[in-house]
Design a protein around this ligand. Structure first.
Ligand SMILES: [Zn+2]
Length: 166
């Protein structure tokens, strides 16, 4: 039987069909999500103060916005990417920023995801050698995903103001 291929609706990644259900809160194929879960084992066990897991969580979240995802996930992911790229925040600092923003009752807009967004995917990151090489690629992934959302940058900068002026 010929192996069928599944295309991830978020990042466009083509993967062998393993008939994995689409995750409920990401605009992603189950196969792509599975790669993200594998990456999470790595980032969660990284054991470093900078908490790189937050970077991959936000890069993946912003790259898989759309049908099924929640506006707050997209908004928080973009704010996280912004704080890392333009303000040099570590994952730990982004995590704290998210907690602060989460305390406020805000209506998060339903931001429309960009079209082309798969130049760097979770698969690239996972295929990079574990350690400094992979960690650097995670940061590159963050910068790349942030750049694909250029039309939302003004909104994100405004939404993140309370964090930066606190
Ligand atoms: Zn994907």
């Amino acid at each position: 039987m010929k192996q069928s291929i599944v295309k991830c609706p978020g990042c466009g990644l083509l993967l062998a069909n393993q008939s994995i259900a689409e995750p409920p809160r990401y605009h992603a194929s189950g196969e792509c999500m599975e790669l993200y879960n594998q990456l999470s084992y790595y980032t969660m066990s990284h054991g470093q103060e900078a908490f790189i897991h937050q970077l991959s969580l936000d890069a993946y979240g912003a790259q898989h916005a759309g049908e099924g995802s929640r506006p707050i996930t997209t908004a928080f992911s973009l704010i996280g990417l912004y704080l890392v790229v333009e303000h040099g925040f570590t994952g730990r600092q982004v995590q704290q920023a998210h907690m602060e923003l989460g305390r406020k009752k805000t209506e998060w807009p339903d931001l429309t995801p960009p079209r082309a967004m798969g130049a760097i995917t979770v698969q690239d990151v996972l295929q990079a050698e574990a350690g400094p090489v992979r960690d650097a690629l995670i940061e590159e992934w963050v910068r790349y995903v942030w750049s694909t959302w250029s039309y939302a940058h003004d909104w994100v900068r405004e939404a993140a103001k309370p964090i930066l002026t606190a």
